[in-house]
Design a protein around this ligand. Structure first.
Ligand code: SAH
Length: 483
């Protein structure tokens, strides 16, 4: 029967028995009821469950897990966290960790096949963590008003698909410093009568407390995101926060007066200490400021970057572009093994950090640009394509800028690369493209474009940067076919 004419075999509130055969991309169980797709969050493949239909659409329904009748795979575990069911942060805590890793690999394979039509790419088993807990270096915690206490504040996490704050003082995937400091900062804010921001009325001051802990140095940055220009008793409050721990090296204020879900506003001021904290990835030292992107799982970041470097196969002679370079993390690793690396990134503060990081590590075969990758790389190509190859175009440090890159690394945000960038890569013909991605669906779309443009997608290595969530990071290697 044509899907469109399919009779919908379930109705709201109906209780059904259903066997789960797969997991959706957000970790929800998927089963068929009389050939009709039903999503059952929290149910796992191999389980036959009783579920109550909560809503019905034309092509699928969503049901609430009521009871597990039987299971054939035995991947269910008791979540370590008592609020795992309600919190929107982790989607897979009820699943055995090894099964999570297999699930993430399967998501990548499914996306490559369904979206990218790529069936012969080697997708390696996901590289997991020995200890997949307390791995996050950054907490971004919303603050709300306590319902039972007018002057009180709560800190916690948003419930699934909502902005209701679930009060929570300890998160099992956070570094313990972050958890402890959020609670202490919230208590101090409460003591000074600071109000919580209310999304519905756009009133109240404190929106988020953002805390980043550098795992290798223990340095901590605290950012208070507020709907205003300053805090009451600001000087005293800041001193009290600073005295919570000698690891606190930076306290910043970020002004966000917009009606938005975006956490940070444009203005950041340092209230105490430095504008950055320092961390190491491998033996490279990085300064990280409040607005700069920095991978949240430092242990797996080393795994991911090592893979990117391995795929780049550098000999020391290459010109390399690192697109979406952030604070120059991958760039500086590449620079150790390349002749010259160009990093491009859209956030000016991140590029300030990147230049500073190159300097403190004594790396001088790198150049950074603040620009959109999809604009800067086509411009560079135009310039190089038009320049006389005998006429060496030297930059201010004397580097030769007249050769096309042999390797391009891209590490875009979730929406993937813009078409203009992919077109330029195809035209520039680097021998290798290393594509680091946090979203398998845009990865699959972009790999298909590169494959159609003359590349072979050789292999994809999923790395578990976000244990217990449904997110998966990948490092992929593409090689030019006509080389
Ligand atoms: N490679 C870095 C950062 C990856 S995150 C690391 O591993 O740390 C993606 C980065 O892309 C972010 O820093 C973001 O600010 C930047 N970005 C987003 N859109 C961009 C664009 N159109 N052009 C260049 N950079 C962009």
């Amino acid at each position: 029967m044509n899907k469109r004419n399919q009779v919908i075999p379930v109705a709201k509130n109906q209780i059904i028995e259903i066997t789960i055969h797969a997991l959706g991309h957000e970790g929800q169980g998927i089963g068929k009821y009389n050939d009709f797709t039903v999503f059952v969050p929290e149910a796992l493949p191999g389980e036959t469950v009783e579920a109550k239909i909560i809503f019905v659409k034309k092509t699928f329904a969503v049901a609430k897990l009521m009871d597990i009748i039987s299971t054939s795979e035995g991947n269910r575990v008791t979540p370590a966290c008592t609020i795992a069911k309600r919190c929107g942060g982790c989607q897979l805590q009820h699943m055995d960790y090894q099964a999570q890793l297999a699930f993430k690999r399967q998501i990548v394979i499914d996306n490559l096949q369904r979206i990218g039509k790529l069936t012969d790419v080697t997708v390696h088993p996901t590289i997991g963590m020995d200890n997949p807990w307390n791995y996050r270096n950054k907490a971004q915690v919303p603050i709300g008003a306590a319902i039972d206490n007018e002057a009180g504040l709560v800190s916690g996490f948003y419930a699934i698909r909502s902005h209701e704050i679930i009060p929570m003082d300890a998160c099992n995937i956070q570094h313990s410093y972050n958890d402890e400091l959020v609670v202490e900062v919230r208590k101090l804010a409460e003591k000074h009568g600071i109000t919580a921001y209310d999304e519905s009325t756009h009133k109240g001051l404190l929106r988020h407390v953002v805390i980043r802990t550098a795992f290798k140095t223990d340095e901590v940055m605290i950012v208070l995101v507020i709907n205003g220009k300053s805090l009451p008793n600001q000087g005293q409050l800041v001193q009290e926060i600073a005295s919570l721990s000698q690891n606190i090296k930076s306290i910043c204020l970020n002004v966000n007066k917009e009606k938005t879900n975006v956490i940070f506003g444009d203005e950041t001021r340092v209230l105490y200490g430095e504008d950055k904290i320092f961390d190491y990835i491998g033996d490279i030292r990085f300064g990280i400021s409040a607005r700069s992107f920095y991978q949240v799982n430092p242990v797996q970041t080393e795994v991911l970057y090592a893979k990117a470097l391995e795929y780049a196969e550098l000999t020391g002679e290459e010109t390399v572009i690192d697109a979406y370079c952030g604070i120059g993390t991958i760039t500086l690793f590449l620079a150790k093994k390349a002749k010259m690396v160009y990093g491009v990134e859209i956030v000016p503060e991140a590029i300030e950090d990147a230049r500073y990081n190159a300097e403190i590590n004594g790396v001088d075969n790198v150049e950074f640009a603040v620009a959109k990758a999809e604009e800067w790389i086509p411009q560079l190509y135009k310039k190089l394509g038009n320049s006389d190859s005998n006429d060496t175009d030297k930059d201010e440090r004397g580097h030769e800028c007249n050769s096309l890159p042999e390797v391009i690394v891209v590490d875009p945000p979730r929406k993937g690369c813009e078409q203009e960038l992919l077109d330029t890569i195809i035209a520039m013909k680097p021998e290798r493209v290393v594509y680091v991605s946090c979203n398998p669906s845009t990865l699959a779309r972009d790999l298909q474009i590169l494959v159609q443009g003359g590349y072979e997608a050789k292999e994809v290595q999923p790395v578990d940067m976000f244990p217990h969530t449904s997110h998966v990071e990948c490092c992929s290697l593409l090689v030019r076919k006509d080389n």
